[in-house]
Design a protein around this ligand. Structure first.
Ligand code: NDP
Length: 295
């Protein structure tokens, strides 16, 4: 019987650590504030934004809220980002995606000061991750690395297969596993023999966006399975990309949906908000800010 990796528990440990680091930074006179920018009234985005604000309040991070109407132009949004980039009291900027179709998401991401880019999507942060330099890392894959490490799962030397190559999950996930010395294969919609490829994995990360596509036939006996997907099934219950019931009989550890990767994403966002302040002041001082980096 597989170990069920408890994402809620690990996320609350990370949030507690972020809270302590935030308090230390604030005691040393630093200000931590996250600006959340939302354009339009997508109901799902509304829920995410509320959850982010609540997490900020729990951790002691100020939140600045910008709710803009659907018809906001790209120029208006870029002007707001420019203002937030220059605003000293704002240490992190998050633009809730997706944006309305008349706005170029890439232009918006590029406009954010990389030092305030708590989502880790700016090309400068992506490049830093790629060449092994410090930077802000996308929250979902960073959270998965924490789930693995804090569950005592070794990555070094393991065959890791990532199914999905999106910019927010699959690609940064592959880079992070590589940084941890995993041997990484990335699969996508054009991959041949996906089932056979997945069966090679000691660690399988499913970030496909297809409900329960990964069945037990894709799993090597004893593998670790991380399910990133979030869907509603026929009974309107949450499920993932992995067929949990059949897969848990074959693997050694698995994340559930809900309660696995999901809670980690917001915990790592809080961690990034603290990390952004820590890195900015370390750079400014050319020395060390209070408390060390986790790594
Ligand atoms: P995207 O749709 O951006 O990417 C999906 C990836 O899966 C693509 O690279 C695509 O390949 C690949 N893919 C699609 N179909 C197949 C297939 N049949 N076989 C192999 N590969 C396939 O999704 P995201 O990366 O943004 O998200 C993935 C899932 O994770 C979604 O369910 C999303 O809701 C969830 N998610 C959960 C988060 C959390 O906090 N738990 C955070 C972010 C996402 P190609 O590139 O060739 O099109």
């Amino acid at each position: 019987m597989a170990e069920i990796i408890d994402g809620k528990k690990i996320a609350s440990q990370i949030k507690e650590e972020a809270k302590q680091r935030a308090a230390e930074l604030k005691n040393a006179g630093y200000r931590i504030a996250l600006a959340v920018v939302c354009v339009g009234d997508d109901p799902a985005s509304g829920i995410y934004v509320r959850n982010k604000k609540k997490a900020c309040a729990d951790i002691g991070i100020e939140s600045l809220s910008y709710e803009l109407p659907e018809e906001t132009t790209q120029e208006e949004l870029l002007a707001l980002i420019d203002k937030l980039n220059r605003m000293e009291e704002c240490s992190g900027i998050l633009v809730q995606l997706p944006l309305p179709s008349h706005i170029d998401e890439n232009a918006v991401i590029r406009a954010i000061d990389p030092a305030k880019d708590v989502d880790g999507f700016h090309p400068e942060n992506v490049g830093a991750l790629c060449i092994g330099q410090p930077g802000l890392v996308p929250c979902t894959p960073a959270g998965i690395i924490e789930l693995l490490k804090r569950s005592g799962i070794e990555i070094e030397g393991k065959e890791c297969v990532v199914v999905g190559r999106s910019n927010i999950v699959g690609k940064p996930m592959a880079l992070l596993l590589l940084r941890e010395n995993g041997t990484v294969t990335v699969a996508h919609s054009r991959t041949r023999n996906l089932e056979e490829l997945c069966r090679r994995a000691d660690i399988l990360i499913a970030a496909v966006g297809r409900p329960r596509i990964i069945t037990k036939d894709y799993i090597k006996e004893g593998a670790v399975v991380i399910d990133v997907g979030i869907h509603r099934n026929e009974a309107n219950k949450l499920c993932g990309d992995v067929d949990f019931e059949s897969v848990k009989e074959r693997c050694s550890a698995i994340t559930p949906v809900p309660g696995g990767v999901g809670p980690m994403t917001i915990a790592m966002l809080m961690d990034n908000c603290v990390q952004a302040v820590f890195m900015a002041h370390e750079k400014e001082k050319g020395g060390k800010a209070p408390d060390g980096d986790r790594e």
